[in-house]
Ligand binder design. Structure first.
Ligand code: PLP
Length: 360
């Protein structure tokens, strides 16, 4: 078996050990003679899996019982609608910081349901930086302030918790969750699609302060209302059981690695390795302000865009997969999620130096 170095932005690399365990358990889950995919979500076998996964996730992030943890479907995109519908009244002011493509999508969706104030935007700087906090305009009557904690396409990350100015703070953590410790208490709602650091696509996690669960509008679809899921342990309808099970295996793996502080050390080192290689070269450029460079998604360009195709072809031939930048920005992007090892990053920087020597 030859596992590729997979730099996909999502769905993304999963730990080999997790896939092997799922493979070993696939046909006969713990002596039941059935796959975990084949049993009722309400039966004791799956309930034990579900509860263990939630307990591990809570323990990894230090989430207290003041917060509900919801295992949902619909992707982070569904939360772009669920956030305003659960937290604001019709027409009420909601505030957003616009730091890139995912912020923009969240804003566009919120505009359907609420009166959006864009508190700060770095669109004028092509989303290469985060506007200084002192320039943000956060109305004191806003139902919440939303930020995208890590812009997966632009590679821009809030490495510190932003000051919400006294209103509830909501974060899209899709591409940074589990990459490092988070001060959960400083946030009111966190949400994340699973398909980067948590597991396969099809599962979305929402962490919401229970005190906010009564703010939802009364007329929203039951499957968008967080309270119903909180009351029913995320079993309002059939949950994505296999994805939930796999997420549990990933949480266990993170725990075995030493938890989020160890993940943070590894991820910081991987990111530093790649940014250093880019910065010491005139051939490669990383556009993002060094203060806000993402540890998880590293976009970079080549001196000559005509070399993009040969770069990608040669990288693939060297076993370095999925380095093409998002179609909206071009260039390259290396996503360095938890399952991407230092060995993958070392192989990438070696390849980049070699490519530069031949084409630079
Ligand atoms: C930061 C961020 N937010 C939201 C989304 C949308 O997630 P989904 O496709 O699960 O709806 C993505 C997807 O990559 C993302 O990276």
């Amino acid at each position: 078996m030859n596992r590729a170095f997979n730099f996909s932005a999502g769905p993304a690399a999963l730990p080999t050990a997790v896939l092997e365990r799922a493979q070993a358990e696939l046909l006969d889950y713990q002596g039941t003679g059935m796959s975990i995919m084949e049993v009722s979500h309400r039966g004791s076998t799956f309930l034990a899996v579900a509860e263990a996964a939630e307990a591990r996730f809570r323990s990894l992030l230090g989430i207290s019982d003041d917060y509900a943890v919801l295992f949902l479907q619909g992707g982070a995109t569904q939360q772009f609608s669920a956030v305003p519908l659960n937290l604001s009244a019709p027409g009420q002011t909601v505030a957003y910081v616009n730091t890139g493509a995912w912020s923009k999508k969240a804003i566009k969706e919120a505009q359907r349901y609420a009166s959006v104030v864009v508190s700060a935007s770095s669109e004028g700087e092509h989303f290469t930086t985060i506007p200084e906090r002192s320039t943000w305009q956060v109305p004191s009557d806003a139902a919440y302030l939303h930020v995208c904690a890590n812009e997966t396409i632009g590679g821009l990350e809030f490495l510190e918790t932003p000051d919400a100015g006294g209103v509830p703070l909501v974060g899209d953590f899709s591409s940074t969750i589990l990459s490092r410790p988070i001060d959960v208490k400083a946030w009111d709602v966190l949400y994340a699609g699973a398909q980067k650091n948590i597991g396969p696509a099809g599962l979305t996690l929402v962490v919401v302060k229970r005190a906010l669960l009564d703010r939802a509008r009364g007329d929203i679809p039951a499957l968008l209302a967080w309270k119903g899921f909180a009351d029913e342990d995320s079993m309002l309808n059939t949950p994505p059981t296999f994805a939930w099970y796999l997420a549990g295996l990933v949480f266990e793996w993170v725990e075995q690695q030493g938890g989020l502080s160890v993940m943070a050390e590894r991820n910081e080192r991987k990111a530093k390795t790649l940014y250093a290689a880019i910065d010491q070269s005139d051939f490669y450029t990383a556009p993002v302000d060094p203060r806000y460079r993402s540890w998880m998604n590293v976009p970079f360009t080549l001196a000559d865009a005509a070399l993009d195709k040969p770069f990608l072809a040669e990288a693939e031939a060297a076993g370095l997969m999925n380095l093409k930048g998002h179609r909206s920005v071009g260039g390259m992007r290396a996503s360095l999620y938890n399952a991407v090892g230092q060995d993958a990053v070392d192989a990438l920087v070696t390849f980049m130096a070699d490519f530069e020597a031949r084409h630079g």
